[in-house]
Design a protein around this ligand. Structure first.
Ligand code: NAD
Ligand code: UDP
Length: 319
């Protein structure tokens, strides 16, 4: 990305802020973060303000998007991403996945830029194929409580392919699996901040259902490396980026307890509707086409994440 000017939609979010940081480290000539802070936080990029080439623009990308000057890459990371967030913001989620994605694609088209769409493992729904390969079409409930997110992302993938096939835009699609790290919101409801917060406060771990459902957790630095490699490649088909180490939520609670050095008992809470029973990426495509695989072991990633949550313990909630 050296010498390139890059637009990051959703740049003040968890993943977007790490991406902005990495792009600047790589010597990007400019990084324009665009965000309306609906689930993000200006403080995530506060340390980048004043760095040469970094710009932060407050804009709802469903309402329009214009960026002056040359743009070489557009990364679309904008969307509420945690089940609690998109349950609270269902229309905003559908609109950013549809209208917001189209505005991002039009910007890339106008600038001759490469467009990278952040999709999700949720396009596989509650999968019948395990682990999930990119050629699996998924098992999504189109009218369930998660549909506003899953279907918006499926639409965004379809729209991205239309702009590639019919309008010649250079596109990339990444299917991101559960990712964690510093700058997640403590109260976003996802299992990593939930368990870490509970461990730090010495509270019980709230395991939904019987806790035998599985996930695979990727550290954010590994994810961002995959995003950059994909953007720089010529791979137009979707690519899974995630960590194939799979564990049950009961095992994950124990891993957080060990890393945080504490935590209470396991208490079971109702399993949310349509909660996928298993999830693990098949990353053969990322390995073969991008030379990518995750490097950060869970124990190390959890240590860094916990240290960060400790460091912001006294900080106010996201505005
Ligand atoms: P996040 O909520 O921290 O970041 C999303 C950012 O997009 C926020 O800063 C938010 O304010 C911004 N945004 C939302 N709607 C917008 C709009 N209309 N205009 C401008 N900005 C808007 O979530 P995240 O975890 O960083 O996720 C980033 C992307 O990665 C999302 O597209 C998400 O679907 C995808 N993803 C993340 C994960 C994960 O585990 N973190 C997994 C799969 C996919
Ligand atoms: N989960 C849990 N306790 C919590 C939050 C989540 O047991 O306090 C479970 C949730 O039911 C799911 C898994 O952890 O099976 C991952 O949930 P998350 O919301 O992080 O992401 P998802 O993969 O479901 O989008």
């Amino acid at each position: 990305m050296k010498g390139q000017r890059v637009v990051v939609l959703g740049g003040a979010g968890f993943v977007g802020s790490h991406l902005c940081e990495r792009l600047l480290e790589d010597g990007a000539a400019g990084v324009v973060a665009v965000d309306n802070y609906i689930t993000g936080d200006e403080r995530n990029v506060a340390h980048l303000r004043g760095r040469a080439g970094f710009e932060l623009v407050r804009q709802d990308i469903t309402e329009g998007l214009s960026v002056d000057g040359p743009v070489h890459y557009v990364f679309n990371m904008a969307s509420p991403a945690s089940p609690i967030d998109y349950a609270k913001l269902p229309l905003e989620t559908m609109r950013v996945g549809s209208l917001g994605t189209e505005n991002g694609l039009k910007l890339a088209q106008a600038k001759g830029a490469v467009f990278l769409q952040a999709s999700t493992s949720e396009v596989y729904g509650d999968p019948h194929v395990h682990p999930q390969r990119e050629d699996y079409w998924g098992n999504v409930n189109p009218i369930g409580p998660r549909a506003c997110y899953d279907e918006a992302k499926r639409y965004a993938e379809a729209l991205t392919m239309v702009y590639a096939r019919s309008y010649g835009v250079q596109t990339r699609i990444v299917r991101i699996f559960n990712t964690y790290g510093p700058r997640m919101r403590l109260n976003d409801g996802r299992v990593v901040p939930a368990f870490v917060g509970q461990a730090l406060r010495g509270e019980d771990f709230t395991v939904f259902g019987d806790g035998t459902q599985t996930r695979s957790f990727c550290y954010v630095r590994d994810l961002v490396d995959g995003l950059v490699r994909l953007a720089l490649s010529d791979v137009t088909e979707p690519v899974n980026i995630g960590n194939p180490r799979e564990m049950t939520m009961l095992e994950f609670a124990e891993a957080v307890r060990a890393a945080a050095g504490g935590g209470g008992q396991i208490v079971h809470k109702p399993l949310p509707k349509d909660d996928p029973k298993q999830r693990r990426p098949d990353i053969t495509r990322a390995r073969q086409l991008l030379g990518w695989e995750p490097r950060v072991p869970l124990e190390e990633g959890l240590r860094e994440t916990i240290a960060w949550f400790r460091s912001v313990a006294g900080r106010g909630p996201t505005p």
